[in-house]
Design a protein around this ligand. Structure first.
Ligand code: PBG
Length: 318
């Protein structure tokens, strides 16, 4: 490359059209997934204070929202459930008539064509809020595997197109794969114990009743360990590797992208979204510009697909 004044990089920045011609990363709706939260009842839309624009919705309202999203061009949903009752084991997670199973059947009937992915975890369903069953006050890995597999099977039977285990037990992808040879598994492979899940736990009512999730979710300081998690999940039969959260972990997304040929997704989590919303509400930044910049950064770091609470707004912005 010749130096200045022969080379002038500003030449290609002069107009919108020129900038578009040389843009390396694009946002198109096919690469975004919208999370939705199903709760019991009818006609219920419960907004959450910490997560502006996001609500718990009863199944009829989920269907209405899903139809709107579909009309806007959104193609994929990630579903979470808030059950009527919780117990020690989280049995609502695999109940044939559970909240997610009923939501899946309703969406299959009312909004055919949407791709439905379900979060597979026990934390929304256990009375203690941990992602697995407890033995002597600790989350028991191997006993939890069977319950997660049972949950994934019930989701597939109710119409899920793919399942996304987010519990971080060792061996869960293998357990689910053994039970479901044909269903795509979107593995939350590198999921960190993060402070950025706060608003999600409010909407999903899934905060742990005691302690934290550090004995199963990853330490934020580690990236080589993330690659080991990814290797194991692929060996166990994962189809997609997900990194979560996204913005504080762009280096992890890049490392996973460079190491593996499988699809890499990133979860732009509740806290990342809430921060921008709060700053925009206080008048400190322009939400649309900050959101588009954030989502572009996640794609640029190497994520093929982004799960984001901005997906609906993005559909309106694009
Ligand atoms: C369930 C789960 C969590 C999120 C997705 N699946 C919460 C957690 O692990 O505590 C967080 C998503 C977000 O913050 O948007 N285990």
């Amino acid at each position: 490359m010749s130096a200045f004044p022969i080379t002038r990089l500003r030449r290609l920045r002069r107009t919108d059209a020129l900038r578009a011609l040389v843009r390396e990363t694009r946002l198109d709706l096919d690469r975004f997934v919208m999370p939705l939260f199903a709760c019991p009842g009818e006609g219920v839309v419960n907004p959450v204070e910490g997560l502006a624009g996001i609500a718990q919705r009863s199944i009829d309202e989920i269907v209405r929202e899903a139809a709107q999203l579909q009309a806007l061009g959104v193609r994929t949903l990630l579903l979470f459930g808030i059950p009527e009752e919780k117990d020690d084991e989280g049995s609502g997670a695999w109940d044939e008539d559970g909240i997610i199973q009923r939501t899946l059947r309703a969406l299959r009937a009312e909004t055919p064509g949407l791709t439905l992915i379900t979060d597979v975890c026990l934390c929304e369903y256990t009375s203690h809020g941990h992602c697995g069953v407890l033995r002597d006050g600790e989350v028991a890995n191997d006993e939890t595997l069977e319950l997660l597999a049972r949950t994934a099977v019930s989701h597939a039977e109710a119409g899920a197109d793919a399942v996304a285990p987010s519990d971080m037990m060792d061996g869960r992808v293998g357990a689910i794969r053994a039970a479901l040879p044909e269903t795509p598994i979107v593995a939350y492979a590198a999921k960190y114990a993060s402070a950025f899940y706060g608003p999600f736990r409010e909407v999903a009512e899934s905060a742990p009743a005691f302690g934290d999730r550090k004995s199963y979710q990853m330490d934020s300081a580690n990236v080589r360990e993330a690659l080991r998690e990814c290797t194991l999940d692929l060996e166990e039969g994962a189809d997609v590797l997900m990194v979560k959260p996204a913005l504080p972990y762009l280096d992890v997304i890049r490392a996973v992208r460079d190491r593996f040929d499988s699809p890499v997704w990133a979860y732009n989590v509740s806290g990342e979204y809430a921060m921008v919303k709060a700053a925009a509400t206080a008048g400190h930044l322009d939400e649309r510009a900050a959101a588009l910049e954030s989502l572009t950064a996640i794609r640029r770091a190497g994520a093929d697909v982004v799960v984001s609470y901005w997906t609906k707004e993005l559909a309106q912005w694009l």
